[in-house]
Write a protein that binds this ligand. Structure first.
Ligand code: GTP
Length: 612
């Protein structure tokens, strides 16, 4: 098939508007898969099947006959959720057009808006598709008008991916409205690395887009950035599983293995340009590496299982390099791991998978937090006499400087903000009021408020820290599930951040400490002490649970002793008793931990950290 008869396009939509179902129909229609087979062929990860959401972009090649000519179509199913925006942006780089899918009963939603602008910025030709017209409460006409008034998009294709109604109208529209890829088979090879993942049997797999030239099995190619050379082992198209071909030509998207294989998946730099050895070409602009913005600590309840936890984490991060991993040691929880994620959904999806892999009851996961920036008053000198950094980013409350250091050496503390786009139905009117209230409670500032016939689109600047505290859940709750949310990074801004600590008989419990805004410290502190009290076992002596900022106590609860015994307090400090308990702990009762003179069962931490 010559390049004029190739079309590369992606499917973009708000979550649940039917992207994956529609992709399946298109694959059936072109005979790429058998009708009625397993649902959602393109959603390959288990987590995607379980949650029914697309996390990684998936691709498939199709052959389609239009007006008696064969066309080679390449379809990319992209994730709809904001956390995976980098994934979405990368997949656009291989496409010239996009199907913008909108649910006929819901109309334009936050991620429709966000994805539209991303695709628009990349110059993709857009074909609006209104899906789910079979639904009883579908209002396709309203969706048609919204697409026109919001994005100036006309001539939508009205379909039902579920029943197959009019799905046949989509591919002719793709061929007529999406331009073929540019490029020439006669020019030197210029190939872009779009994605890579790890296959248990064959090692590192690369997903590439050929812009110019032809690449064949056995060719020696080179990474323009690292200058490392490789031989092409096997290559081909995803149809929908790997089908080897003799070559990949300008315009095509396909998979590739090197022989010998790439050793580390980290050598496969997404956005890297490849060429034939000796025929160097201009590199592509590359992709921005997404930065992790949500962090949690993960600890085994039984310290003997530290290695097992490490194995589970390694297993699960094999195909997701956006997760950062570092060892962490906590006085209260022992040895564990600090994990960084792109966003809250990314984090919660991983948490679910890790609990499954590792055993739910055996794992402690701390409350999510975000990075904070500390701007120092003077640039310090390190031991070698060089200037130290002016700013430090900390992703763990344990690294927050002591109070007096903050007072004397820190110029300001900054926290990350996002620009959130929220859509709310205009009726009932109280929804809008609730949403504005929620945003204000969460320290938001309104940037924009736009009315469409049936929808209101709000833009708010919000601290990311507020977003990780189940903002999405609350938003859904106050709007009966109708509001939608999308956000983008808005940089760091100065903020009044404090470190809130939980003290047990005056000893801080490090794993629970959190950096929070001064205005929410008291409420959070009260909640902490009550919650901790409810989970901790009574002991022979009184336990005082406090929440404090530095030396200032904000809340306090007391766990009464077993019996009112004048000697009880003495037992608490009793050296031999404590020693005995610690020995017992060593001897196998590894689930007990000592905070000062108080022995706490890991179950208490588990209860405290659990989400209910
Ligand atoms: P993400 O991958 O999470 O972004 O979702 P998606 O956009 O791929 O949506 P998906 O295809 O998983 O569909 C979401 C739900 O809508 C599923 O329960 C589908 O069965 C249903 N659905 C999809 N298309 C139609 C349709 O045309 N009519 C009806 N009634 N339901 C549909």
């Amino acid at each position: 098939v010559p390049i004029e008869r190739m079309r590369n396009f992606c499917v973009i939509a708000h979550i649940d508007h039917g992207k994956s179902t529609l992709s399946d129909r298109l694959l059936e229609l072109t005979g790429t898969i058998k009708p009625g087979g397993s649902a959602q062929v393109l959603d390959k990860l288990d987590v995607e099947r379980e949650r029914g959401i697309t996390v990684k972009a998936q691709t498939c090649t199709m052959l389609y006959n239009h007006k008696r000519e064969d066309y080679l179509l390449h379809l990319v199913d992209t994730p709809g959720h904001v956390d995976f925006r980098a994934e979405v942006a990368r997949s656009y780089a291989s496409c010239n057009g996009a199907l913008l899918v909108v649910d006929a009963s819901q109309g334009v939603q936050a991620q429709t808006v966000a994805n539209f602008y991303l695709a628009f910025a990349q110059g993709l030709s857009m074909i609006p598709v209104i899906n789910k017209v079979d639904l009883q409460h579908a209002e396709p006409q309203r969706a048609v008008e919204q697409l026109k008034s919001t994005f100036e998009l006309e001539d939508p294709v009205l379909v039902s991916a579920k029943t197959g109604l009019n799905v046949g109208g989509i591919l002719p529209a793709v061929i007529e409205r999406v331009p073929p890829p540019e490029g020439s088979v006669d020019k030197p090879l210029r190939m872009l690395l779009i994605d890579s993942w790890y296959s248990t049997y064959k090692g590192v797999v690369l997903l590439v887009r050929i812009f110019d030239g032809v690449v064949k099995q056995g060719d020696q190619i080179m990474s323009v950035s690292s200058k490392l050379k490789y031989f092409v082992g096997e290559l081909g198209i995803q149809y929908p599983t790997e089908v080897a071909t003799a070559s990949l030509r300008a315009g095509q998207v396909g998979y590739m293995y090197f022989n010998p294989g790439m050793k580390n998946i980290s050598d496969a730099k997404l956005g890297d340009t490849f060429c034939h050895v000796g025929k160097e070409v201009e590199p592509f602009r590359g992709f921005e590496e997404p930065q992790p913005m949500v962090f949690v600590g993960a600890f085994p309840t039984n310290q003997d299982e530290f290695q097992k936890l490490e194995d589970s984490i390694n297993q699960l991060t094999l195909n997701d390099r956006s997760i950062t991993i570092a060892k962490e040691s906590s006085h209260a929880l022992g040895l564990g791991w600090r994990l960084g994620f792109l966003g809250t959904l990314h984090c919660s999806v991983f948490e679910d998978r890790l609990r499954q892999e590792f055993g739910g009851s055996e794992l402690l996961i701390t409350a999510p937090t975000v990075p904070f920036k500390i701007v120092w008053r003077d640039i310090g000198k390190n031991k070698a006499g060089e200037d130290g950094p002016k700013e430090t980013i900390i992703t763990n409350p344990a690294l927050y400087p002591e109070e007096d250091v903050v007072r004397t050496k820190v110029e300001e503390i900054q926290e990350p903000f996002v620009l959130a786009t929220i859509t709310v139905p205009a009726e009932p009117a109280e929804f809008l009021g609730h949403v504005i209230e929620l945003c204000q409670e969460n320290r938001g500032t309104q940037v924009e408020l736009t009315w469409f016939s049936t929808q209101v689109i709000l833009k708010y600047k919000l601290p990311l820290l507020q977003l990780v505290d189940n903002f999405f859940g609350k938003l859904k709750g106050i709007t009966k599930g109708y509001a939608t949310l999308d956000y983008e990074d808005a940089g760091y801004m100065k903020s009044d951040i404090v470190k809130l600590e939980l003290l047990v008989n005056k000893e801080p419990v490090d794993a629970i400490a959190q950096l929070c805004h001064r205005s929410s410290a008291e409420r959070l502190g009260r909640m902490w002490v009550q919650r901790f009290k409810s989970f901790v076992d009574r002991q022979l002596f009184e336990i005082v649970v406090q929440a404090a900022i530095g030396k200032r106590v904000l809340a306090r609860e007391t766990v009464q002793a077993f019996r009112k015994d004048v000697t009880a307090k003495l037992y608490g400090g009793d050296h031999t008793r404590r020693k005995k308990l610690l020995e017992k702990q060593k001897a196998g009762k590894k689930k007990l931990r000592a905070i000062g003179n108080v022995i706490i069962d890991q179950k208490a931490f588990q209860g405290f950290l659990s989400k209910d």
